[in-house]
Design a protein. Sequence first.
Length: 321
Amino acid sequence: MSWPEGLVARPITKDDVQAWADLLLARERVDQDGENYDAADLLEELTDPHLDAEQATLGLWSGDQMVGYAKLHPSTSVVDVNRVGVEGTVHPEWRRRGVGGALMQWTVEAAGAQHARTFPEFPGEVRAGAKSTHEGAIAMLRGLGFEETRYFFDMKRALDAPVQAVTADGLQLVAFDPALNEELRAAHNDAFRDHWGSVPRDAETWKTHVTGSRAFRPEQSYVVLDGDTVAAYALGYEWVADTEVTGVREVYIGQVGTRREYRGRGLARAALAKVLAESARAGYQRAGLGVDADNPTGALGLYESLGFSVHSKWITFRRAL
């Protein structure tokens, strides 16, 4: 593939993480997505054992400056469709030169190759997201044959307002314990069996992205136990880079769920209320989370009743492979 402006394209390596972080900071200053990453965060992404960085990442360079990137998310299991998630951006100073379109074309081709290597027996599609206010990105995706398929809300709640405690319906509400990790993974896989786009997480993926992530905060994570069974849970995360850029310390509720047989008892509400209360006591100023607008369990109403409100809207696009 030929690249505009004589740019050099190559896979992203561990030596590139600071340049990558600089690119994402430049993007955030213009796009205001509410996402900030430092070099350590990006290094963690590159060390994902399921990621083949040689084939699933690409950096575009002008001299020593990374001016664009693309990254494919590893596919580890499939339920119905192999949805290859992708991400990327172009430095604001390099936009409207054809760089984004060329980068996205490479991404689609690379996603097709990944699908062929991993789960060719299933239908495949590329999945990309864009904030609802990013008209240029939306127009580019539509022009490349992508269609809107799902909508998500990014929600926020200030923690200066009191959080009412909620009982766990006679069950035990406890702080996260590493000894519960495998049972927690099983509970999550059960809770999300009927959620769009969700696939079971194996032990390695769970450790890498959930309880082994450097952003994970076990002291801001709570589970509801019925004996030895995790019935519900709410797990907190903190991105230090966000705090440094915004000056606001936010606990992000990255995982919330209830096993199917325990639904309707307010257990996720109890776990989430506990996370909010403990985070406020620990000095966090705000809580955030993301939710599928069509979540089948009524999660949107739960979050609104706990004081969360919609901060931004995101669109998921798909293109069949």
